[in-house]
Design a protein around this ligand. Structure first.
Ligand SMILES: *Cc1c(COP(=O)(O)O)cnc(C)c1O
Length: 399
């Protein structure tokens, strides 16, 4: 007899495969897709009860959809959160969270090394409505504390950072947030719950771009917010009213993507560590940024707080931007793209792409040097990845 009442005792690998699916009367084995915009009722009275929220049930897919709900339950279980709300993208997950929790006059304190669009959202759009953001060094706890004012309602961080792999102490940030009655939101895109569980470390909210490792194969754009029931009810209200909901097709892709999450993340980490060590030993590389390397400034914290070090790393080549571009252009297999979180290895030049809109000073402050190359290590053979990078790196040494 099938029984998932034991779910509380399941480990992460099992939850990723089995949590959240409530079988329909068809007794399907795999998770079904419900591509329907609306739902029908047995009577006018039932419609009235469901519209009024007096009876649980689906009304309209901007509000709830069974396929989306399966994904939400599964991700909530993996993150150890009470509830998850899925969104159309990672950006709309952040947008919905801030719209739900903050008002004009409130302040955000955020790490300096954030995803570029998150910075635009905070500065250009929230700024228009009187929400101000102060940026601090991700790993400098004193700087976080100094930036907090009585108006601060939200602390927001990505850890580890992109592309330098800096790590923030989530438990310490959580203590700080609690002391100042602010929420702590962690963008957990780079590690996923397979490698890091911010809620267990004290974070109030976890934000995801499902577009990255949750899918893991570059097939769909989506996002999610995970946290406690009461806070998530507010986020749900925004998504329901403003409309950045996840499509059932995408929810199905993400649900199936989660089934291989643990395996993929383990493999991504092994691949990245091997590549980081190889790059570190290459004479054309001056520095490798990866928290899995013993000489990384937050290596011990990363080891304590994370199950693995993730698969995004940066490395600096000798001779600056021209050389960095040569290494990128010499690849024949790696995908030259700003995206990450894919079984296909991607390579990019942050200074002229993802961080291209920053001023020279901002870039320098963020540690994005002209010679920096970012690789999001995929699951192709290690030999082939190294071979593709060696072509350009070896050429640099020959002049
Ligand atoms: C990609 C990304 C986002 C935005 O997600 P989208 O799904 O592209 O909207 C947010 N945070 C991080 C860390 C990301 O890498």
């Amino acid at each position: 007899m099938h029984d998932d009442s034991q779910q509380d005792a399941w480990s992460l690998e099992t939850l990723a495969i089995r949590a959240g699916h409530e079988r329909t009367f068809e007794q399907e084995h795999a998770e079904p897709i419900f591509p329907t915009s609306s739902f029908v009722y047995g009577s006018a009275a039932e419609a009235a009860r469901k519209f009024g929220g007096h009876e649980a049930g689906n009304v309209y897919s901007r509000f709830t959809n069974p396929t989306v709900h399966t994904f939400e339950r599964r991700l909530a279980a993996l993150e150890g959160g009470e509830r998850c709300v899925a969104t159309s993208s990672g950006m709309s997950a952040i947008l919905s969270t801030v719209l739900a929790l903050l008002s004009s006059g409130d302040e955000i304190v955020a790490s300096r090394s954030l995803f570029g669009s998150t910075v635009s959202l905070f500065d250009k759009y929230f700024g228009k409505f009187g929400i101000t953001t102060r940026y601090v060094e991700l790993s400098d706890l004193a700087a976080w504390e100094a930036a907090i004012t009585p108006k601060t309602r939200l602390l927001f961080a990505e850890t580890p950072s992109n592309p330098l792999s800096e790590v923030a102490d989530i438990a310490a940030l959580s203590a700080l947030a609690k002391r100042h009655e602010a929420w702590l939101a962690i963008d957990n895109c780079f590690l996923t719950p397979a490698l890091q569980q911010p809620i267990a470390l004290g974070a109030d909210l976890v934000i995801h771009s499902a577009t990255k490792y949750l899918d893991g194969q570059g097939r769909a754009v989506g996002g999610a917010v995970v946290g406690k029931h009461d806070v998530l009810e507010e986020v749900f209200g925004v998504v329901r009213t403003c409309g950045p909901c996840m499509s059932p097709f995408n929810a199905w892709i993400f649900t199936k993507g989660l089934e291989t999450l643990s395996l993929r993340m383990k493999a991504h980490c092994e691949q990245a560590l091997t590549l980081a060590r190889w790059l570190d030993a290459h004479p054309a590389v001056t520095k490798v940024f990866y928290s899995g390397l013993e000489d990384h400034p937050q290596h011990d914290l990363a080891k304590k707080q994370q199950e693995g070090f993730g698969a995004v790393l940066g490395f600096e080549v000798i001779f600056g931007q021209e050389a960095a571009w040569k290494v990128i252009d010499a690849t024949r297999m790696l995908s030259i793209t700003g995206n990450l979180g894919d079984v296909k290895t991607t390579i990019t030049h942050p200074a002229t792409t993802t961080h291209g809109r920053l001023s020279d000073e901002q870039r320098a402050a963020a540690g994005i040097t002209p010679g920096l190359v970012r690789v999001a290590v995929g699951l192709e053979s290690q030999r082939d990845i190294q071979h593709d990078l060696a072509r350009g790196l070896d050429a640099l040494l020959q002049g």
